[in-house]
Design a protein around this ligand. Structure first.
Ligand SMILES: [Zn+2]
Ligand SMILES: [Zn+2]
Length: 280
């Protein structure tokens, strides 16, 4: 929760995109300093500017259950289920929590992803790292056994994430969500088969390293996300993010790559379907 009074104030609708895209990573159930926008309203606002589908990401047991429920209820929604790397160390009985994630991963065909899992060395101290790593390994196994897409959260943990992925073996489909590395790290991820998902951070002034990575990535490996309600793109940085703000990020991405906006949107849309196991 934030005390910033501007945070809860909704930015205006941007111009619609010329071709629909998917917000492949959002948390429609999280508010910032206010209740979250009702899900039907959030989906309608997004669809009105061309963001016609979303991947709703669960990051603890209650939100993972909710993601499955919403995927079963709304045509536009598919779900990812996991314990976030910052949630994993809080479980006294990690096995029991992971058993429920395992069950949720197989609970409905519209559960397409296991994630977000991974490593977060920014918010979790030394004492939580062992639990994070164990949780990450177990999520990789769950994703592979259910043939789901692995969605990875990597904060300040680039080398450790790839080390564990190499040890366990990456699943067929995996996404580096909110890609935060440079071109060199992008190449290491791409070599291992990753899709790189870019968030509002790619519009930030100090994010030349992300733009370098975006330029290097082949067009068929690029995805777009909000991570809403966080990481709001420029010019609304600091306010509450929502799927309907994806056009701001997509326009920056097309400009940075020197590509036609409609063509890039069509590619991102197709990439997202491929990355998440087909159309929905
Ligand atoms: Zn994340
Ligand atoms: Zn997230």
């Amino acid at each position: 929760m934030t005390a910033d009074p501007r945070a809860a104030e909704a930015p205006p609708l941007p111009d619609p995109l010329p071709h629909p895209v998917v917000d492949n990573h959002c948390h429609l159930d999280i508010g910032r300093g206010a209740d979250p926008t009702p899900v039907e309203q959030a989906l309608a606002a997004a669809a009105s500017v061309g963001v016609t589908r979303v991947v709703q990401i669960g990051c603890d047991l209650p939100s993972a259950r909710r993601a499955v429920e919403w995927a079963a209820t709304y045509d536009a929604v598919v779900a990812g289920v996991a314990l976030h790397p910052n949630d994993a160390p809080t479980h006294a009985d990690l096995d029991a929590a992971l058993a429920e994630i395992d069950a949720l991963a197989g609970a409905h065909p519209k559960v397409r992803a296991v994630g977000e899992t991974g490593l977060d060395f920014f918010r979790t101290g030394e004492e939580g790292i062992a639990a994070q790593k164990e949780s990450f390994r177990r999520h990789i196994e769950i994703a592979k056994r259910h043939d789901k897409t692995l969605v990875i959260h990597d904060r300040d943990a680039h080398d450790a994430v790839l080390e564990i992925l190499d040890e366990e073996g990456a699943p067929d489909r995996w996404v580096m969500h909110c890609f935060s590395g440079d071109a060199e790290f992008a190449k290491r991820c791409l070599d291992r088969g990753a899709h790189l998902s870019f968030a509002g951070t790619v519009t930030f002034k100090n994010a030349d390293h992300l733009r370098d990575a975006l330029v290097l990535a082949p067009q068929d490996r690029v995805l777009v996300e909000t991570d809403a309600p966080f990481l709001t793109p420029v010019p609304h940085r600091g306010r509450t993010n929502a799927s309907y703000l994806i056009p701001l990020t997509m326009r920056t991405m097309a400009q940075v790559r020197g590509e036609d906006l409609g063509e890039l949107c069509a590619a991102v849309d197709a990439n997202t379907e491929r990355a998440f196991g087909g159309a929905w």
